[in-house]
Every structure is written in structure tokens, then in C-alpha cells.
Design a protein around this ligand. Sequence first.
Ligand SMILES: Nc1ncnc2c1ncn2[C@@H]1O[C@H](COP(=O)(O)OP(=O)(O)OP(=O)(O)O)[C@@H](O)[C@H]1O
Ligand SMILES: [Mg+2]
Length: 140
Amino acid sequence: MSKHISKSESDTINLGMKFASSLSQGDIIGLSGDLGTGKTHFVKGICEYFNVVDNVNSPTFLIVNEYSAMKDNHFFEIYHFDLYRIKTTNELINLGLDNYFNKNAIVLVEWIENAENFISPNYFVKFSHGADENERIIEF
Ligand SMILES: Nc1ncnc2c1ncn2[C@@H]1O[C@H](COP(=O)(O)OP(=O)(O)OP(=O)(O)O)[C@@H](O)[C@H]1O
Ligand SMILES: [Mg+2]
């Protein structure tokens, strides 16, 4: 893991793009850190790298968003979870997680803290607030 300092939303998006270049289909990425530390902006960067044209935002009413991604003329799905509102293991079970974890998709999980015993990511990205209002520390 190394520490990256972001000074703006676009820094965070660029870090997401850079991180994405090492990903491949089948990867599961856990994103953790306080509210407003930039997880969703980082996800926007990952999605930009994979040519997603759908709107990338935290799923508000649903727990997971599905995007069509494309790399090297090859199409696949990105699943973007936000588990902030998950309170019980039953809620997790009811999501039918198994349907999302397959070798063709890339799965991004915000608030992975809320599913520690259910989801085993092969990458972790940690977010925290920095010294001033627009600074974020992103470790991966
Ligand atoms: N360096 C930065 N990188 C990313 N966002 C920043 C930065 N500086 C300020 N911001 C602001 O912080 C907020 C980050 O929001 P974002 O939705 O990406 O966070 P999040 O970690 O996904 O939050 P949540 O836990 O609520 O889903 C935005 O309002 C953004 O404008
Ligand atoms: Mg978010």
C-alpha cells in the first residue's frame, strides 16, 4: 500500500483512473473510510478508465448500481455497491451477493466495513480526511 495525497475532486478521479489500470475482470475492490472522503469520486475515476458512459453516483435507493464497461473492445459489467445503510446480516443476504460476484465483472464496494464476513476483496483502498478541507489521503 502506498499513500497518495489528493488536493481536489479531480485529483481523486485521476487516482481512481491510475488504480484502475492494474485491475482486471473478476477483481473485487473494497473501499473504506468516513463519509465524504472521496470513495465515490475514486469510483468515478475507475469507471472513466473503463469507458463507462452511465452516470456514476452513490446508489441512493438501491444498494448497487450496474454499469456497462468496456476495455479493448471488450464489454463487461461493473457493480458498484454502497453498503452504508446495511445494518443487519439479513439485509446483506437478501441482496443475493452471489449474483454479482463472477469472474467477468469488476465489483466495487463502498463501506466494505459493513460486510467484512461476507465479502473478501482482493484489493483494499482506504480513504481519510487530510490536513485541510479539500485534502484526502488515499491508500492503495
Ligand atoms: N480531494 C478531494 N477528493 C474528493 N472529494 C473531495 C475532495 N475535496 C473535497 N471533496 C468533496 O468531498 C466530497 C466527497 O464525496 P464522495 O461522495 O466522493 O465521498 P464518499 O467517500 O463516497 O462519501 P459517502 O461515504 O457518503 O459515500 C464531495 O462533496 C467533494 O466535493
Ligand atoms: Mg460514496
